[in-house]
Design a protein around this ligand. Structure first.
Ligand SMILES: [Zn+2]
Length: 398
């Protein structure tokens, strides 16, 4: 067995996962603090931690002043420096590769844009080549990458590693895992873009929420749903495809073929097209499109017609996703994507949704805006890879 295989085998024990999840979510911790938080015995934590240290996944860090009892002074456990995680991100207008330390600390990321997205094998080959170049530039040997997280827009079956459909890419039933396994020898985790963001947010939150909804409004509209601590995928892995909710006011055809999807009235694509800023069929970088949207957004400050159009689109979204509050009772809805940065739009969304916070059946849901500066979050796939490996699979053991 190689060192990487031994490290991965050590990670797969339930106790090791509990420890790693704790460290990913809260940073360096002593064995006794981990035991308290995970409700494992100190002996169980020490035993699992010892194996992770031997395999290079964990290391002993700072010596703590307080003693945990008689005997040895308490020492913090942290992620070791032997291994890394890497990421590949594929969305409609940009692709990226990145490298991080095991605990999630970013090292380097590189964005690029494939000429032709319609050939999945060519796109995946390019991503592998870019990742190899990135590793060479940092002199990181391939066998020290513990896992590669692959995030793709669209409907994904993560167990099979299959993209069932991705309208933005023009992909239908692409066996991503199988293709990547022929191109490279990295251990892989494949996930939808938004589930990746939601998982990462869960890992980074000071108090991870068991019920949260992540709604992204960029060129298209999509969501990721965490209910009772688990990602909800649905019977065909299409849970969260909010862009294809029905909007009664739309008479336009969506990329999915139906007439009247929410995407045709409330998405960034719809708003740009309605204002003559995006010609059908034209291709631009995400940065360019987000820039055009920002200009529109600032012009709306002095143009009531634009402000009204943005608010109308926001009301459409708010009205459409309100049902999710009644249905799922989330503690928080996190909004992200460049369209959300617009105040007229976001205020209208909140205006629609705050109805659910009134009356005797008022729900305790917060609306949080995560501003990103327009380019999406091209640095989450690596953090996802270990988080999913640890948190995702640990929850299926519960
Ligand atoms: Zn549609």
């Amino acid at each position: 067995m190689s060192a990487r295989e031994r490290a991965l085998a050590a990670i797969r024990s339930p106790n090791a996962r509990a420890i790693l999840r704790e460290l990913l979510e809260k940073g360096p911790r002593s064995r006794s603090a981990i035991a308290q938080a995970t409700r494992l015995t100190e002996t169980a934590v020490s035993r699992a931690a010892q194996r992770l240290i031997v395999e290079g996944v964990l290391a002993e860090g700072k010596q703590l002043l307080e003693r945990s009892g008689p005997g040895r002074p308490s020492v913090e456990l942290e992620f070791g420096s032997s291994f890394y995680v890497a990421g590949i991100g594929i969305r409609g207008y940009t692709q990226w590769v990145e490298l991080r330390r095991l605990g999630g600390e970013p090292i380097v990321s590189e964005q690029f844009a494939c000429e032709d997205l319609t050939d999945p094998i060519a796109v995946l080959r390019r991503c592998c080549n870019e990742l190899d170049a990135l590793l060479r530039s940092r002199r990181v040997p391939r066998h020290r990458v513990l896992n590669v997280g692959v995030l793709i827009v669209g409907v994904v079956d993560p167990a099979m590693g299959t993209v069932l459909r991705a309208e933005n890419l023009g992909w239908r039933r692409v066996e991503v895992k199988q293709i990547l396994e022929e191109l490279t020898d990295f251990p892989l985790t494949i996930e939808t873009m938004l589930n990746g963001m939601n998982l990462q947010q869960r890992v980074q939150a000071s108090v991870p929420l068991a019920n949260s909804l992540l709604v992204s409004v960029a060129l298209g509209i999509g969501a990721s749903v965490i209910v009772d601590g688990r990602i909800t995928r649905g019977c065909g892995f299409a849970a969260g495809q909010l862009g294809h909710l029905r909007s009664r006011s739309s008479t336009m055809r969506c990329v999915c073929g139906r007439v009247g999807c929410l995407d045709t009235v409330a998405s960034g694509r719809a708003i740009l097209q309605a204002n003559g800023l995006l010609e059908a069929g034209a291709r631009f970088g995400m940065r360019e499109l987000a820039g055009r949207f920002r200009k529109l957004s600032s012009a709306a400050q002095s143009r009531p017609d634009l402000a009204g159009a943005l608010a109308a689109a926001g009301h459409e979204l708010g009205n459409a996703i309100g049902g999710a509050i009644a249905l799922l009772d989330p503690r928080e809805i996190v909004f992200t994507g460049f369209v959300i940065d617009d105040d007229h739009y976001f205020d209208a969304v909140c205006d629609e949704l705050s109805w659910y916070r009134t009356g005797t059946s008022a729900q305790r849901v917060d609306f949080v805006r995560r501003q990103q500066g327009g380019e999406g979050a091209p640095s989450m796939s690596a953090a996802l890879s270990l988080a999913a490996e640890v948190a995702g699979k640990a929850e299926s053991l519960d």
